[in-house]
Design a protein around this ligand. Structure first.
Ligand code: NAD
Length: 266
């Protein structure tokens, strides 16, 4: 039997990059999936791929920084797909400019926190009543190594993602007696649209990277900071998310799992 047979998962920002990897990994393991994404056309493309694997899928436009959108999204998922077993908070964005932090604007910080951190609070708040009713549920928050590493290239983002890790532990403690687990996954560096934009920004603004293509900037970052010296893929994150959503992980909660080729070792 597939590991997520009969389960329904919500994967926010599942239209591209890591979110798409999580959707497809979960669909291969038998889950039906809701894909709320601000870029609905991407959500629909990923939905078609998951449908081709035989799954029921609901793609919808949703801005995870809006409590009204989030509530509607959770209600629609339950109505159309019948239940909710897993919430994956994947939607996120990077926040250049980096160092010095004095170059950051108030707007950079507000937007970065809204998309990466407040959104996790909103979705958890909307889905928890369903999980409490059933005394079951899995919440998986996609944080980042930027939190524990305190990346000077991304001040607001680092703080926002460390906030996601702390919120994960707070909610894990609160929901543990109800058999609801809450964990974070911290990816390392992946060449998604997120990193392509970041690499372009680094090439444009950091003299050490002047004249390099985004791909060259990314490859240099991998060789500089990843002990395993090879690139990771969205499937690596998808596999970790499947594990945390599966029965095998029933006794794991409040953890931040580094899936990063060894960048952060506790
Ligand atoms: N790529 C990396 O190296 C890396 C490393 C660590 C953590 N992460 C985290 O992984 C997650 C996915 O990143 P990615 O690399 O796949 O990026 P991506 O840009 O490819 O995908 C992000 C997705 O989130 C969606 N999204 C953005 N804002 C949204 C909003 N307000 N409402 C709904 N959807 C929204 C986008 O439309 C997109 O589909 C993010 O949380 C990111 O912070 C990425």
């Amino acid at each position: 039997m597939a590991r997520l047979e009969g389960k329904v998962a919500i994967v926010t920002g599942g239209g591209s990059g890591i979110g798409r990897g999580i959707v497809l990994a979960m669909a291969k393991e038998g889950a039906d999936i809701a894909i709320p994404d601000i870029q609905v056309l991407n959500a629909e493309k990923t939905a078609d791929e998951a449908k081709a694997l035989g799954r029921k899928v609901l793609a919808m436009k949703c801005d995870v920084t809006s409590s009204a959108d989030v509530k509607l999204m959770v209600d629609r998922t339950r109505d159309v797909l019948g239940r909710i077993d897993v919430l994956v908070n994947n939607a996120g964005m990077a926040s250049p400019p980096g160092m010095p932090f004095m170059n950051n604007t108030e707007e950079d910080w507000d937007r970065t926190f809204a998309v990466n951190t407040k959104s996790v609070f909103l979705t958890c708040k909307a889905v928890t009543p369903y999980f409490l009713e059933r005394k079951a549920g899995r919440i998986i928050n996609i944080a980042s190594i930027a939190g524990p590493l305190a990346a000077v290239t991304m001040p607001a983002y680092s703080v926002a993602k460390q906030g996601v890790i702390t919120f994960t532990r707070v909610v894990a403690k609160e929901l543990a007696p109800h058999r609801i687990t809450v964990n974070a996954i911290c990816p390392g560096v992946l060449y998604t649209e997120f990193w392509q934009k970041l690499a372009q920004h680094i090439a444009d603004t950091n003299p050490a990277f002047k004249g390099m293509t985004p791909r060259q900037v990314f490859d240099k970052r991998v060789s500089d900071i990843v002990p395993m010296k090879c690139e990771q893929t969205p499937e690596d994150i998808g596999n970790a998310a499947v594990f945390l959503a599966s029965d095998e992980a029933r006794y794991i909660t409040g953890q931040a799992l580094m899936v990063d080729g060894g960048c952060v070792m506790w």
